[in-house]
Design a protein around this ligand. Structure first.
Ligand SMILES: [Zn+2]
Length: 197
């Protein structure tokens, strides 16, 4: 009898835990294309973990390349970016934690928890997100903007990004034109953007 009651109690506890879990993670994840799906190479060596978690910063970049509006084109473009970062820049892997295409997909770069190679003084304490394209004279399309915002909200909901994170454009952390004037103006209207680092 006691055993049955204990089992019933444990079952009830599991339901409470599941229910609580679902309540906390109410943010839908964006569609994240894994490294194996987009044909990533392996990193050339181990990648360090971020020095803090959940990370207090989110940095926005553009790739300063042509954009892409289909998964096939985005994957090809992201493989080129990875080759450039490994072969020419010698960063060991693609520098960003995630990339976003104008096809509306998010592409896994180094992923959550990993030290990036995208902005020297923030690599150890930020999630670097690169929207594929050049956004000097135009904004990314609605699909890319939606996917990027969803990725950030999802990251905060699973405790990979601090609830009180600061959103910055790359140019706020280094002398660069990245993420392009139009995208930079746009992110100023997003949640958690800060004029100061
Ligand atoms: Zn950048």
């Amino acid at each position: 009898m006691n055993g049955r009651r204990d089992a019933g109690f444990l079952l009830g506890l599991q339901v409470v835990i599941l229910f609580g879990h679902r309540t906390v993670n109410s943010v839908e994840p964006p569609n994240i294309i894994s490294r194996s799906e987009w044909g990533a190479r392996n990193a050339t060596g181990p990648i360090k973990n971020l020095s803090v978690g959940p990370t207090p910063y989110v940095l926005i970049h553009h790739s300063d390349t042509g954009g892409c509006i289909t998964q096939a084109l985005c994957q090809a473009k992201i493989r080129l970016i990875q080759n450039y970062h490994i072969n020419v820049r010698h960063w060991g892997d693609i520098g960003y934690n995630f990339l976003v295409g104008e096809d509306g997909n998010v592409y896994e770069g180094r992923g959550w928890d990993k030290h990036g190679a995208h902005s020297k003084f923030y690599n150890s304490k930020s999630i670097g997100i690169c929207i594929v394209g050049n956004y000097t004279r135009r904004e990314p399309n609605v699909a890319a903007v939606r996917a990027t915002k969803q990725l950030i909200a999802y990251g905060a909901s699973i405790d990979k990004i601090s609830a009180t994170y600061t959103l910055l454009g790359h140019k706020q952390t280094a002398p660069t034109l990245c993420p392009g004037d139009k995208l930079y103006e746009l992110i100023k209207s997003w949640p958690h953007w800060s004029p100061t680092t």
